[in-house]
Design a protein around this ligand. Structure first.
Ligand SMILES: [Zn+2]
Length: 215
């Protein structure tokens, strides 16, 4: 296995196999992350005030520019980095409202700082105008964002900037997470292109990568 330049080690817990890429780190209920994990190089989007790892933010910025040059309105990041504590409070808030399909603290890849929820400005306005609760926001956003030209554009182009749709409709039996049209994950251009070209989800790609069947 080749070691990626400048990226740190990570022990794949189940198999004890070393993955040399932090950007491929898997976070889920089966692979929880430490409560002390905090990504380095976080930067804040001056418009939305959302935090993301610098490289992911720069790639988003580039992607958003190209998308606008092609005639679409700007995309917004509605959620990026979430600390362990923040996820904990978000979870408690949603559970209080009887909503239990949000990742528990330590199980959300938002803690990595390279996952983001994307919205168009009209979608954000729509949800705000309807005064939707935190509970309904994601369900509503999912339905609306999935029907936008932005989503179609992202399906074709996001991998060119290193982003993948993290929870595809036809892979929920593997990811364990229902389809999320708005949730994108940065994995770098090279990995993203291979993942999309081969119709894989991140779990499948990591499995192939670690078993060295893919390369
Ligand atoms: Zn998300």
């Amino acid at each position: 296995m080749r070691k990626a330049k400048g990226l740190s080690h990570y022990i794949y817990p189940k198999r004890g196999v070393i993955i040399y890429m932090e950007i491929l780190k898997l976070v889920s209920p089966s692979y929880p992350i430490s409560n002390t994990y905090r990504p380095i190089n976080l930067v804040q989007d001056p418009i939305t005030k959302v935090w993301l790892v610098k490289e992911a933010f720069e790639q988003f910025y580039k992607m958003n520019n190209v998308l606008q040059k092609e005639g679409l309105s700007s995309l917004c990041i509605s959620s990026g980095y979430r600390s362990y504590m923040y996820q904990q409070s978000l979870c408690a808030k949603k559970e209080k409202l009887g909503f239990n399909n949000i990742a528990k603290e330590g199980c959300s890849e938002h803690q990595l700082g390279i996952a983001m929820d994307l919205m168009t400005t009209p979608v954000i306005n729509d949800t705000r105008n309807n005064d939707l609760s935190v509970t309904n926001l994601n369900n509503r956003s999912l339905q609306v964002f999935d029907l936008t030209f932005h989503k179609q554009w992202l399906d074709i182009n996001s991998a060119d900037f290193g982003f993948i749709l993290r929870y595809p409709f036809d892979k929920s039996y593997i990811t364990g997470v229902p389809y999320k049209a708005y949730h994108y994950r940065y994995v770098g251009v090279s990995h993203a292109k291979k993942i999309v070209k081969n119709g894989l989800c991140l779990e499948e790609y990591i499995e192939m990568h670690t078993s060295m069947r893919y390369f």
